[in-house]
Design a protein around this ligand. Structure first.
Ligand code: DQA
Length: 151
């Protein structure tokens, strides 16, 4: 069974309640269900991990390195200076897509740079929870021809 890692960083466990005018009303459970629905067409499953601390996210990447076909990563504020998260992702070989619900470039200056973006296969920004669906579709495309990917 092919598995996609859905990795969400700090403060994303309270989506739905957290600044809904910025991040929308979908909960993390809604997003997990949406990603699962997208990848089900290929028989893939989703391993969803959310942590508020960087070390736990690093550990999750290590654990899923050899057993996932790709990842969707919303680093939350760790986009700004999450260097150990960045280094963990550097050792994660499969394609992965960075997602931000909000349009970070339309917000405060400190959100404009992501330390992980240069390593990502692609980045989806500003499309709310739908961005996770797009990232899932991108992984299906990027994994075409690999074991567990579309033929
Ligand atoms: C976010 C954007 C980040 O700047 C912020 O710190 C978050 C959420 C987003 O999904 O829009 O926690 O990653």
């Amino acid at each position: 069974m092919s598995v996609v890692l859905l990795l969400n960083g700090p403060n994303l466990g309270i989506l739905g309640q957290r600044e809904p005018e910025v991040y929308g009303t979908d909960t993390l459970a809604d997003i997990e269900a949406a990603v699962a629905e997208e990848v089900r067409v290929r028989g893939w499953e989703v391993a969803s991990v959310q942590h508020d601390s960087e070390g736990d996210l690093v550990g999750a990447i290590h654990r899923h390195r050899g057993s996932t076909v790709g990842a969707i990563v919303n680093p939350g504020a760790l986009m700004i200076a999450g260097w150990s998260l960045r280094d963990a992702l550097a050792s994660y070989a499969p394609p992965w897509v960075e997602v931000h619900l909000s349009n970070v470039w339309a917000r405060e200056r400190f959100r404009h740079d992501s330390v992980i973006a240069p390593l990502a296969s692609g980045v989806v920004v500003g499309l709310g929870a739908f961005g996770y669906r797009l990232a899932a579709r991108a992984l299906l495309h990027l994994c075409a021809g690999t074991p567990g990917g579309p033929s």
